[in-house]
Design a protein around this ligand. Structure first.
Ligand code: NAD
Length: 248
Protein backbone atom coordinates (compact mmCIF):
# COMPACT_ATOMS: atom_id res chain seq x y z
CA UNK A 1 0.00 0.00 0.00
CA UNK A 2 2.37 2.69 -1.26
CA UNK A 3 -0.30 5.39 -1.36
CA UNK A 4 -2.00 4.96 1.99
CA UNK A 5 -3.19 8.32 3.36
CA UNK A 6 -2.74 9.98 -0.03
CA UNK A 7 -5.57 11.69 -1.86
CA UNK A 8 -5.49 11.80 -5.64
CA UNK A 9 -7.43 13.59 -8.36
CA UNK A 10 -7.53 11.97 -11.80
CA UNK A 11 -9.04 13.75 -14.80
CA UNK A 12 -10.58 11.79 -17.68
CA UNK A 13 -10.86 8.76 -15.44
CA UNK A 14 -13.94 7.44 -17.21
CA UNK A 15 -12.07 5.15 -19.59
CA UNK A 16 -8.69 4.30 -21.05
CA UNK A 17 -5.46 5.27 -19.30
CA UNK A 18 -7.22 7.53 -16.78
CA UNK A 19 -9.48 4.72 -15.63
CA UNK A 20 -6.67 2.14 -15.43
CA UNK A 21 -4.58 4.63 -13.46
CA UNK A 22 -7.37 5.59 -11.06
CA UNK A 23 -7.96 1.90 -10.34
CA UNK A 24 -4.23 1.28 -9.82
CA UNK A 25 -3.87 4.30 -7.51
CA UNK A 26 -6.87 3.13 -5.47
CA UNK A 27 -5.57 -0.44 -5.34
CA UNK A 28 -2.35 0.94 -3.85
CA UNK A 29 -4.29 2.66 -1.09
CA UNK A 30 -4.93 6.18 -2.36
CA UNK A 31 -8.28 7.87 -1.91
CA UNK A 32 -9.03 8.64 -5.54
CA UNK A 33 -11.33 11.31 -6.87
CA UNK A 34 -12.08 9.84 -10.28
CA UNK A 35 -13.42 12.61 -12.50
CA UNK A 36 -14.68 12.76 -16.06
CA UNK A 37 -16.88 15.00 -18.17
CA UNK A 38 -19.07 11.99 -18.91
CA UNK A 39 -20.82 10.82 -15.71
CA UNK A 40 -22.12 7.67 -17.40
CA UNK A 41 -18.57 6.35 -17.72
CA UNK A 42 -18.01 6.88 -14.01
CA UNK A 43 -20.79 4.42 -13.18
CA UNK A 44 -18.32 1.61 -13.83
CA UNK A 45 -16.60 2.44 -10.53
CA UNK A 46 -19.60 1.39 -8.48
CA UNK A 47 -18.45 -0.84 -5.64
CA UNK A 48 -14.73 -0.08 -6.16
CA UNK A 49 -13.02 0.69 -2.84
CA UNK A 50 -11.24 4.02 -2.33
CA UNK A 51 -12.82 5.69 -5.37
CA UNK A 52 -15.13 8.67 -5.30
CA UNK A 53 -16.63 9.73 -8.62
CA UNK A 54 -17.20 13.35 -9.52
CA UNK A 55 -18.30 14.79 -12.83
CA UNK A 56 -15.72 17.34 -13.97
CA UNK A 57 -15.27 19.08 -17.29
CA UNK A 58 -11.66 20.23 -17.32
CA UNK A 59 -12.57 22.97 -19.81
CA UNK A 60 -14.43 24.63 -16.91
CA UNK A 61 -11.85 26.50 -14.83
CA UNK A 62 -14.25 27.28 -12.01
CA UNK A 63 -15.41 23.68 -11.79
CA UNK A 64 -11.79 22.51 -11.46
CA UNK A 65 -11.20 24.97 -8.62
CA UNK A 66 -14.46 23.95 -6.94
CA UNK A 67 -13.73 20.20 -7.06
CA UNK A 68 -10.15 20.62 -5.83
CA UNK A 69 -11.46 22.94 -3.11
CA UNK A 70 -13.89 20.23 -1.98
CA UNK A 71 -11.14 17.63 -1.55
CA UNK A 72 -9.98 17.08 2.04
CA UNK A 73 -6.40 17.36 0.72
CA UNK A 74 -4.64 16.78 -2.57
CA UNK A 75 -1.37 14.87 -2.70
CA UNK A 76 -1.52 13.55 -6.27
CA UNK A 77 -2.84 15.21 -9.41
CA UNK A 78 -2.97 13.19 -12.61
CA UNK A 79 -3.90 15.44 -15.53
CA UNK A 80 -4.96 12.82 -18.05
CA UNK A 81 -7.58 14.50 -20.24
CA UNK A 82 -6.64 15.02 -23.87
CA UNK A 83 -7.83 14.71 -27.44
CA UNK A 84 -6.12 13.60 -30.65
CA UNK A 85 -6.69 15.52 -33.87
CA UNK A 86 -5.37 14.01 -37.07
CA UNK A 87 -3.93 16.06 -39.88
CA UNK A 88 -1.05 18.18 -41.11
CA UNK A 89 -0.40 21.89 -40.65
CA UNK A 90 -2.16 22.51 -43.96
CA UNK A 91 -5.26 20.63 -42.82
CA UNK A 92 -5.46 21.98 -39.28
CA UNK A 93 -8.20 24.45 -38.42
CA UNK A 94 -8.20 27.21 -35.86
CA UNK A 95 -11.13 25.52 -34.11
CA UNK A 96 -9.18 22.28 -33.72
CA UNK A 97 -6.11 24.21 -32.58
CA UNK A 98 -8.05 26.13 -29.94
CA UNK A 99 -9.88 23.06 -28.71
CA UNK A 100 -6.72 20.96 -28.40
CA UNK A 101 -4.64 23.69 -26.77
CA UNK A 102 -7.45 24.25 -24.26
CA UNK A 103 -8.07 20.60 -23.43
CA UNK A 104 -4.56 19.18 -23.70
CA UNK A 105 -2.62 22.09 -22.18
CA UNK A 106 -4.66 24.89 -20.61
CA UNK A 107 -6.76 22.49 -18.53
CA UNK A 108 -3.53 21.11 -17.03
CA UNK A 109 -2.44 24.66 -16.20
CA UNK A 110 -5.79 25.33 -14.53
CA UNK A 111 -5.72 22.13 -12.47
CA UNK A 112 -2.13 22.74 -11.42
CA UNK A 113 -2.94 26.33 -10.47
CA UNK A 114 -5.83 25.09 -8.33
CA UNK A 115 -3.86 22.24 -6.73
CA UNK A 116 -0.58 23.98 -5.96
CA UNK A 117 -1.80 26.15 -3.04
CA UNK A 118 -3.24 23.02 -1.39
CA UNK A 119 -0.06 21.02 -2.04
CA UNK A 120 2.06 23.81 -0.57
CA UNK A 121 0.07 23.44 2.66
CA UNK A 122 0.80 19.70 2.92
CA UNK A 123 3.24 18.38 5.55
CA UNK A 124 2.42 21.18 7.96
CA UNK A 125 3.20 23.86 5.40
CA UNK A 126 6.48 22.34 4.15
CA UNK A 127 4.77 21.38 0.93
CA UNK A 128 4.33 17.96 -0.66
CA UNK A 129 2.72 16.62 -3.78
CA UNK A 130 3.14 14.83 -7.06
CA UNK A 131 1.74 16.19 -10.31
CA UNK A 132 1.65 13.87 -13.31
CA UNK A 133 0.79 15.27 -16.72
CA UNK A 134 -0.27 13.24 -19.72
CA UNK A 135 1.98 13.96 -22.70
CA UNK A 136 2.84 11.47 -25.45
CA UNK A 137 5.86 10.26 -27.38
CA UNK A 138 4.23 12.32 -30.15
CA UNK A 139 5.50 15.64 -28.79
CA UNK A 140 8.94 17.22 -28.54
CA UNK A 141 10.24 13.62 -28.34
CA UNK A 142 9.07 12.44 -31.73
CA UNK A 143 7.29 13.89 -34.72
CA UNK A 144 4.60 11.58 -36.08
CA UNK A 145 2.89 12.13 -39.42
CA UNK A 146 -0.60 13.62 -39.39
CA UNK A 147 -0.44 14.71 -35.76
CA UNK A 148 0.42 18.40 -36.19
CA UNK A 149 -1.87 19.87 -33.54
CA UNK A 150 -1.64 16.91 -31.19
CA UNK A 151 2.16 16.78 -31.22
CA UNK A 152 2.30 20.54 -30.66
CA UNK A 153 0.06 20.33 -27.60
CA UNK A 154 1.92 17.39 -26.08
CA UNK A 155 5.27 19.15 -26.57
CA UNK A 156 3.75 22.06 -24.66
CA UNK A 157 2.80 19.66 -21.86
CA UNK A 158 6.45 18.67 -21.49
CA UNK A 159 7.50 22.33 -21.29
CA UNK A 160 4.75 23.06 -18.79
CA UNK A 161 5.84 20.06 -16.72
CA UNK A 162 9.48 21.12 -16.57
CA UNK A 163 8.53 24.67 -15.72
CA UNK A 164 6.35 23.63 -12.77
CA UNK A 165 9.02 21.17 -11.64
CA UNK A 166 11.66 23.93 -11.66
CA UNK A 167 9.52 26.37 -9.69
CA UNK A 168 8.47 23.93 -6.94
CA UNK A 169 11.41 21.54 -6.66
CA UNK A 170 12.43 23.15 -3.36
CA UNK A 171 8.86 23.10 -2.03
CA UNK A 172 8.29 19.35 -1.89
CA UNK A 173 6.25 19.26 -5.09
CA UNK A 174 7.31 17.13 -8.01
CA UNK A 175 5.96 17.36 -11.53
CA UNK A 176 6.53 14.76 -14.24
CA UNK A 177 5.02 13.89 -17.60
CA UNK A 178 4.29 10.49 -19.04
CA UNK A 179 4.68 9.78 -22.73
CA UNK A 180 2.92 6.64 -23.94
CA UNK A 181 3.24 5.07 -27.35
CA UNK A 182 0.02 3.79 -28.89
CA UNK A 183 -2.40 2.46 -26.30
CA UNK A 184 -5.48 0.41 -27.10
CA UNK A 185 -8.19 2.58 -25.56
CA UNK A 186 -11.79 3.40 -26.55
CA UNK A 187 -10.80 6.63 -28.29
CA UNK A 188 -8.12 4.84 -30.31
CA UNK A 189 -10.77 2.34 -31.37
CA UNK A 190 -13.03 5.25 -32.35
CA UNK A 191 -10.26 6.70 -34.49
CA UNK A 192 -9.66 3.28 -36.08
CA UNK A 193 -13.38 2.85 -36.75
CA UNK A 194 -13.54 6.27 -38.40
CA UNK A 195 -11.29 4.95 -41.17
CA UNK A 196 -12.75 3.53 -44.39
CA UNK A 197 -10.76 0.34 -43.70
CA UNK A 198 -10.57 -0.14 -39.90
CA UNK A 199 -8.52 -3.35 -40.12
CA UNK A 200 -5.85 -1.63 -42.19
CA UNK A 201 -5.92 1.37 -39.82
CA UNK A 202 -5.32 -0.88 -36.80
CA UNK A 203 -2.48 -2.63 -38.66
CA UNK A 204 -0.89 0.78 -39.36
CA UNK A 205 -0.97 1.64 -35.66
CA UNK A 206 0.54 -1.74 -34.78
CA UNK A 207 3.18 -1.39 -37.51
CA UNK A 208 4.65 1.76 -35.95
CA UNK A 209 5.15 -0.09 -32.65
CA UNK A 210 8.46 -2.01 -32.77
CA UNK A 211 7.12 -4.58 -30.30
CA UNK A 212 4.49 -5.42 -32.87
CA UNK A 213 1.56 -4.66 -30.63
CA UNK A 214 -0.26 -1.83 -28.91
CA UNK A 215 -0.05 -1.17 -25.18
CA UNK A 216 -2.90 -1.81 -22.82
CA UNK A 217 -3.94 0.97 -20.47
CA UNK A 218 -2.90 -1.31 -17.60
CA UNK A 219 0.67 -1.17 -18.89
CA UNK A 220 0.75 2.61 -18.47
CA UNK A 221 -0.88 2.80 -15.02
CA UNK A 222 2.11 1.41 -13.03
CA UNK A 223 4.21 4.37 -14.16
CA UNK A 224 1.54 6.74 -12.83
CA UNK A 225 1.54 4.90 -9.49
CA UNK A 226 5.34 5.03 -9.32
CA UNK A 227 5.43 8.76 -10.03
CA UNK A 228 2.65 9.32 -7.48
CA UNK A 229 4.44 7.36 -4.77
CA UNK A 230 7.40 8.12 -2.53
CA UNK A 231 9.44 5.58 -4.50
CA UNK A 232 9.98 8.36 -7.06
CA UNK A 233 10.81 11.04 -4.48
CA UNK A 234 14.08 11.95 -6.24
CA UNK A 235 12.36 12.26 -9.63
CA UNK A 236 11.02 15.52 -11.00
CA UNK A 237 10.80 17.39 -14.29
CA UNK A 238 11.04 14.25 -16.39
CA UNK A 239 9.14 13.05 -19.41
CA UNK A 240 8.83 9.28 -19.13
CA UNK A 241 8.31 7.29 -22.29
CA UNK A 242 6.41 4.02 -21.95
CA UNK A 243 6.16 3.27 -25.60
CA UNK A 244 6.99 -0.29 -26.65
CA UNK A 245 10.20 0.90 -28.27
CA UNK A 246 8.79 3.54 -30.61
CA UNK A 247 11.51 6.02 -29.59
CA UNK A 248 14.48 3.63 -29.57
P1 NAD B 1 -9.76 8.10 -24.16
O1 NAD B 1 -9.38 9.14 -25.16
O2 NAD B 1 -10.31 6.81 -24.67
O3 NAD B 1 -10.76 8.71 -23.10
C1 NAD B 1 -10.70 10.07 -22.83
C2 NAD B 1 -11.57 10.37 -21.63
O4 NAD B 1 -11.50 11.78 -21.47
C3 NAD B 1 -13.04 10.00 -21.80
O5 NAD B 1 -13.46 9.31 -20.65
C4 NAD B 1 -13.71 11.35 -21.94
O6 NAD B 1 -15.03 11.36 -21.42
C5 NAD B 1 -12.79 12.23 -21.13
N1 NAD B 1 -12.88 13.65 -21.47
C6 NAD B 1 -13.00 14.19 -22.69
N2 NAD B 1 -13.14 15.53 -22.59
C7 NAD B 1 -13.09 15.83 -21.28
C8 NAD B 1 -13.20 17.03 -20.54
N3 NAD B 1 -13.40 18.20 -21.15
N4 NAD B 1 -13.11 16.98 -19.19
C9 NAD B 1 -12.93 15.79 -18.56
N5 NAD B 1 -12.84 14.61 -19.20
C10 NAD B 1 -12.92 14.63 -20.55
O7 NAD B 1 -8.52 7.81 -23.23
P2 NAD B 1 -6.99 7.55 -23.60
O8 NAD B 1 -6.82 7.11 -25.03
O9 NAD B 1 -6.47 6.69 -22.50
O10 NAD B 1 -6.33 9.00 -23.53
C11 NAD B 1 -6.10 9.63 -22.29
C12 NAD B 1 -4.93 10.55 -22.43
O11 NAD B 1 -3.79 9.80 -22.85
C13 NAD B 1 -5.08 11.67 -23.45
O12 NAD B 1 -4.48 12.86 -22.95
C14 NAD B 1 -4.31 11.16 -24.65
O13 NAD B 1 -3.82 12.20 -25.47
C15 NAD B 1 -3.18 10.44 -23.94
N6 NAD B 1 -2.49 9.45 -24.77
C16 NAD B 1 -3.19 8.44 -25.33
C17 NAD B 1 -2.51 7.53 -26.12
C18 NAD B 1 -3.24 6.40 -26.80
O14 NAD B 1 -2.67 5.79 -27.72
N7 NAD B 1 -4.45 6.05 -26.39
C19 NAD B 1 -1.13 7.66 -26.34
C20 NAD B 1 -0.45 8.71 -25.72
C21 NAD B 1 -1.15 9.60 -24.94
Amino acid sequence: MRLKNKTALVTAAGQGIGRASALALAADGAQVWATDVNPRLLESYEGVANVRCVQLDVLDKQAIARVIGEMPAIDILFNCAGFVHSGTALQATDEEWNFALNLNVRAQFWAIQAALPRMLQNQGGQGAGSIINMASVCSSIKGLPNRFIYGTTKAAVIGLTKSVAADYVAHGIRCNAICPGTVDTPSLQDRINANPDPDAARQAFVARQPMGRLATAQEIAPLVVYLASEESRFVTGQAYAVDGGITI
